[in-house]
Design a protein around this ligand. Structure first.
Ligand code: URP
Ligand code: ZN
Ligand code: ZN
Ligand code: ZN
Length: 491
């Protein structure tokens, strides 16, 4: 056989095994994974020498916001499909699942899906799919679930907070019930909107507006209560859900308890809950806005330790970026729209929530050297592929099955640690919350369907806009996520 590409001399790490293997690629797929040295002669084109570097399935980032309209005051996403997917591949992530956000005034999820396709089509450097955000769970949206499945969508996100998105418990039950019939995984943003709004009102009465009060206004109890309620609603309907961006150890404990009972409850956390604290929002002037997201970073190292532990013990199924970037400087007006004479340091409630992180997710997490390598692959790639119906095409290196999506890291001693700077990144954002952090790992190469799209020591970005493909997804194959029988007749 004549292969298109050989990846030689690497140390291969998947969720299942590690070892010295060479990989042969044919027609964009993994063709062979064999003992190191067996593929040395190649009659054909390309060879990538992975010389002792770790070779992993490309990252799958299943929580990314691109080209979304403004939800809070001003501020729509800083990244569109071009710049966001470009940033992803430069950080070792080859597949994104982004959001197709339904507006409350739009009754149709299918129309939302089509509008999102138009924004993405022809613009992507990475492969991609969409989760539908359901913010109007009326009869039309609910009736479209089977059509969504036919269109290759097997997951939804719903919100328990944010006026523009929030569903009440009746609507959540409607969504979960229909999701169950259609074998759709529902992602839930679990924060109690009333606790947040009430606390904001109290802070405003005291004229406390600085960015750091965002943390006060999103207390752990808002997350804990909503997480517990989401679990209860899921248990009642008997349907898998994933609690997104968990920051609170006590919320994680509720999730772990539910999992131990055998309930199909999955959870996600993000680098911001491993690396940032509330102190990052408590900086002079408006600087803290660069670390403002929901849920917010928590107190400190004890919280971080608990989140790392949850990744290790399987409480967290996936580690996603929740890349949701906004510009710090407003390029249109040259002024920050949330700053006024009344609010000289801005008013926290008008600051768009979210951080950039699609490019830094893998390097920061691997640099921390906290997770066993196979666990790292599992939570940053394989589990997302399984949960969202992309496995084994994505998230694996299985001959004949998997796309040749591969991230190759530097060999030990091959990369000097350096201080991260925003100017090194490939997003369209004027800051990173991780400015100045020491990074010890960065992808040496990223390969997407057999094409080298990132070569850090060569020309850098080699991928082309438009090479990224839309991925039709099937049902979840994560163990336990779908019961054999869903007793729909009981209702
Ligand atoms: O602050 C955040 N997480 N912004 C993104 C929107 C969301 O809720 O995921
Ligand atoms: Zn959310
Ligand atoms: Zn820490
Ligand atoms: Zn998000």
């Amino acid at each position: 056989v004549v292969y298109d590409l050989l990846i030689l001399n690497g140390f291969v790490v998947t969720d299942k095994e590690t070892g010295g293997f060479d990989i042969a690629v044919k027609d964009g797929k993994v063709a062979e994974v064999v003992a190191r040295g067996s593929l040395e002669s190649n009659e054909t084109g390309k060879i990538v020498d992975a010389k002792g570097g770790m070779v992993m399935p490309g990252g799958v980032d299943a929580h990314v916001h691109l080209d979304e309209p403004a939800l809070f005051g001003k501020g729509s996403s800083a990244d569109n499909y071009e710049t966001g997917t470009r940033s992803a591949i430069c950080g070792g992530t080859t597949t994104l699942i982004t959001f197709a956000p339904q507006r409350k005034t739009e009754p149709s999820l299918l129309a939302t899906l089509e509008a999102t396709h138009v924004r993405a089509r022809g613009n992507c450097y990475s492969d991609y799919s969409f989760h539908l955000i359901c913010s109007n769970a009326g009869p039309q949206a609910i009736s479209e679930f089977p059509a969504l499945r036919s269109a290759g969508i097997s997951s939804l996100k719903i919100y328990m907070t944010y006026e523009a998105l929030q569903l009440g418990d009746m609507e959540i039950l409607d969504v979960l019930f229909e999701a169950r019939k259609n074998k759709i995984v529902t992602m839930i943003h679990a924060e109690n909107g009333a606790i947040i709004d009430w606390t904001i009102k109290k802070l405003e009465e005291k004229k406390l507006f600085d960015p750091k009060y965002h943390v006060t206004s999103h207390p752990p109890v808002a997350e804990i209560e909503a997480t517990y309620r989401a679990i209860a609603l899921s248990q009642y309907i008997d349907v898998p859900v994933l609690i997104v961006h968990v920051s609170s150890p006590a919320a994680a404990a509720h999730i772990s308890t539910a999992q131990k009972k055998g309930l199909p409850i999955y959870a996600e956390t993000c680098p911001q809950y491993l690396f940032l604290t509330r102190k990052d929002l408590d900086k002079p002037g408006f600087e803290g806005a660069k670390c403002l997201c929901s849920p917010p970073p928590r107190e400190g190292s004890q919280d971080h330790e608990a989140i790392w532990a949850g990744l290790e013990d399987g409480t967290f199924t996936v580690l996603s970026s929740d890349h949701c970037p906004f510009l710090f400087e407003d390029t249109e007006t040259g002024k920050k729209s949330v700053i006024s004479p009344e609010f000289p340091n801005g008013h926290f409630k008008y600051i768009p929530n979210g951080l950039p992180g699609v490019e830094t997710r893998l390097p920061l997490t691997l640099s921390a050297n906290r997770l066993p390598l196979q666990k790292f692959v599992e939570v940053t790639s394989t589990n997302a592929a399984k949960l969202y119906g992309l496995y084994p095409r994505k998230g694996a290196l299985i001959p004949g099955e998997s796309d040749a999506d591969i991230t190759i890291w530097y060999p030990e001693g091959g990369l000097d640690e350096f201080a991260l700077k925003n100017e090194m990144l490939h997003h369209n954002v004027d800051h990173t919350p991780y400015e100045g952090r020491t990074v010890k790992q960065w992808p040496r190469y990223t390969i997407l369907r057999g094409e080298v799209v990132w070569d850090r020591d060569g020309d850098g970005l080699l991928g082309k806009k438009g090479y990224g493909k839309f991925l039709e997804r099937d049902v979840s194959t994560l163990k336990g996520s779908l019961k054999e029988e869903w007793n729909v007749e009981d209702f």
